[in-house]
Design a protein around this ligand. Structure first.
Ligand code: FAD
Length: 318
């Protein structure tokens, strides 16, 4: 049995959940058994209705105690689902939250942890996985005997499509004294102006070719018009033009949007590693030989400071 723990935002599954399902299905082909899903939270009717379309069976841990994320509670819920299902492999997104509870779960189950993996497969009863190592300078392949907890590096894996209708099963989780250990006193939510970079359908990224931090005002404008997120290269981030959180690439975030617009970006391999799985790639660069053009669907050879305002104008007119 393979357990896929499915992240959601309270209404709908996140991309990371659909990546976890894809990996779980790949392992099911080699290992057999079922893909069992688990959703954790409170008020999960809508999420469960969607999630059951992706798995053979779905556990629903729906309780007021799960209204807010807590690594220890998530670990307890996943452990309960493992016990109920006899799962030998647990797959989840290596999202910010996923990283905190998957490590705990592996320790609790005395299982191997294959963390932040780029791809995974089964061979001779073992699970193998690739991941970056040594500050992302090398890619290593690891092998682990079952049981295994495996986390999926966000935006590395095709998103699963729904396939049928799995059965629903409520899951009761014994939380013991977990409630008492950490008490959340207050939650202040920042009103996010833009969609998150790793979840965005459109990413507009800028490189050193933009010439100045001020030029990013127009990058933001185009991203806002397209309902997308802003990304940047490491050169830009290192220069202090943009925050580190916006860096796309091998040592930054990996993105997989429908549309990636690269403005004044050379397309170094380290940048490509974070965006080359995007569905459509558009680039503007004044150098027709720039490596970015090797992976673009649409390329514009020109001065970004002239092309970008024209792009904004064209999108406004739509
Ligand atoms: P440049 O390489 O300087 O390219 C600027 C481009 O803009 C050029 O192609 C130029 O032709 C074009 N240009 C200039 N003026 C204009 C204009 N007016 N109009 C149109 N085009 C113009 N980089 C990342 O991005 N992400 C990473 O995660 C990352 N990780 C790294 C990890 C390691 C271990 C190492 C060694 C490097 C890493 N890098 C990473 C750095 C990477 O190698 C490149 O140096 C970086 O991506 C270059 O950024 P850039 O394209 O903005 O700048």
């Amino acid at each position: 049995m393979i357990l896929a723990v499915l992240e959601h935002d309270g209404n709908t599954l996140k991309k990371g959940a659909l990546e976890a399902v894809t990996r779980a299905r790949q392992l099911k082909e080699a290992l057999g058994g079922e893909v069992i899903g688990l959703v954790i939270g409170h008020g999960l009717d809508a999420v469960a209705a969607e999630a059951k379309k992706f798995v053979d069976r779905l556990y629903v841990a729906d309780d007021a105690a799960f209204a807010q994320y807590n690594a220890e509670k998530w670990t307890a819920a996943a452990a309960a689902a493992v016990q109920a299902s006899d799962a030998r492999v647990v797959v989840a997104s290596a999202s910010r939250t996923g990283r905190t509870w998957t490590a705990r779960l592996a320790a609790r189950l005395n299982a191997a942890l294959l963390e932040d993996t780029l791809e995974s497969w089964a061979e001779e009863g073992k699970i193998l996985a690739k991941r970056y190592s040594f500050l992302n300078r090398v890619t290593e392949t690891q092998a682990a005997a079952l049981p295994v907890v495996l986390s999926v590096k966000p935006n590395t894996t095709p998103l699963a499509e729904p396939a049928g209708e799995g059965s629903l099963q409520p899951l009761s989780v014994e939380l013991g004294d977990l409630e008492a250990r950490v008490e959340v006193l207050e939650v202040v939510k920042e009103e996010a102006k833009r969609v998150s970079l790793t979840e965005a359908d459109v990413v507009v990224s800028g490189g050193r070719g933009l010439g100045s931090p001020e030029a990013f005002k127009q990058v933001e404008e185009l991203a806002d018009l397209l309902g997308g997120a802003v990304g940047a290269t490491r050169a830009v981030v290192d220069a202090g033009w943009r925050p580190y959180a916006e860096q796309v690439g091998q040592t930054g975030k990996t993105v997989q949007p429908n549309l990636y617009i690269a403005l004044g970006i050379s397309g170094a391999v380290q940048h490509q590693a974070g965006m080359n799985k995007s569905k459509y790639i558009v680039a503007v660069n004044k150098d027709a030989e720039a490596p970015i053009f090797k992976i673009t669907d649409y390329g514009i050879v020109g001065d970004v400071n002239q092309v970008l305002p024209a792009l904004i104008e064209a999108v406004r007119k739509r």
